[in-house]
Structure formats: structure tokens, C-alpha cells
Design a protein around this ligand. Structure first.
Ligand code: ZN
Length: 170
């Protein structure tokens, strides 16, 4: 496995719509492993392929955040939200591509997600709690959407300008 560099706002790849994966092959599995390693190292609970510069529809996550919890890595290829609850939940979200910034985001409390696993087998998960938020956040990345897009225009513009300025001076 190899850690990969994480792209930071305003990198244009983060705003691209990622392409579906046609075959879940060894290359996809290697990328997913790299993404998990990168995510654990960061540390974070979710990572989407565009965040490591690969514009393909692959997401990894592990929401086993309690201190002595066993790791529970998930690999989701071509994930698709097929149902959402009317009930909403608010979580304080952050993003490895927008470091050191968190904000409350309201999203559906439960979602049903269809995807292919690392063996290419179709799966469906009904997610709630932190996993529901994490999957929605990561699947957004595949469509070039960032969690700041769910905030007020004022907040979004303020944080975007801050990162544009940092990128210029980097
Ligand atoms: Zn993110």
C-alpha cells in the first residue's frame, strides 16, 4: 500500500464529476487500499478518489471511531443513493480537502446506498448516524460537490477565498 497526497481546495479536480468504474479489477482494489491507508493516516473517516486526484467513482470509509473499536473499512465502487429519509440530522463535518475547518451540515438522517464492493459484487446498505452523513459527504465528492456547498453562500465564499489565498502563497 502507498499513501497518496490529498488535494486541497481549490484544486479543480475536486469540482469535476467523476467517471463510473466499468470493471472492479486489481487496479481499483489497489487504489482503494491506497485510499484507506491515506484516510487512516490523515486521520479521517472517509475519502473519495477525486481527493487523491483520481476522477473515478470510488469511496472508502470507516466510521468505527471509538478508541478501542475494531477497524471497519468499507470500499464502495459506483455508490448511488437510492432512498433518503424525510428525517434530517445535523453533524459537524470536516473534509481532508478543506483542512482545519468544520461546520454543522444538515442532511437526511438515513440513506440507502447501492454500490459494488471490492470484489465487484452488488451490495446495498441502509446507513444511519455517522455512516449516513459520511456516505453522503463522500458521494457528493464524486459529483464535484463539497460540504461547504451545503452552507450559506456567505460562509462558502469566505472559506473558498481563504483557501484560494493560501494556494496563491503556497
Ligand atoms: Zn470531504
Amino acid at each position: 500500500m502507498a499513501k497518496r497526497p490529498i488535494l486541497i481546495l481549490p484544486d479543480p479536480i475536486l469540482r469535476r464529476v467523476a467517471a463510473p468504474v466499468s470493471v472492479v479489477d486489481e487496479e481499483v482494489r489497489r487504489l482503494a487500499k491506497d485510499m484507506l491507508e491515506t484516510m487512516y493516516e490523515a486521520p479521517g473517516i472517509g475519502l473519495a478518489a477525486p481527493q487523491v486526484g483520481v476522477s473515478r467513482r470510488i469511496v472508502v470509509c470507516d466510521v468505527a471511531v471509538e478508541e478501542d473499536a475494531e477497524p471497519a473499512p468499507m470500499v464502495l465502487v459506483n455508490p448511488e443513493i437510492v432512498a433518503v429519509s424525510a428525517e434530517v440530522a445535523v453533524y459537524e463535518e470536516g473534509c481532508l480537502s478543506i483542512p482545519e475547518y468544520t461546520e454543522d451540515v444538515e442532511r437526511p438522517a438515513r440513506v440507502t446506498v447501492r454500490y459494488l464492493d471490492a470484489d465487484g459484487a452488488p451490495q446495498e446498505v441502509v446507513a444511519e448516524g455517522l455512516l449516513a452523513t459520511c456516505l453522503q459527504h463522500e458521494i457528493d465528492h464524486l459529483d464535484g460537490v463539497l460540504f461547504i456547498d451545503h452552507l450559506s453562500r456567505l460562509k462558502r465564499e469566505r472559506i473558498t477565498k481563504r483557501f484560494q489565498k493560501q494556494a496563491r502563497f503556497a
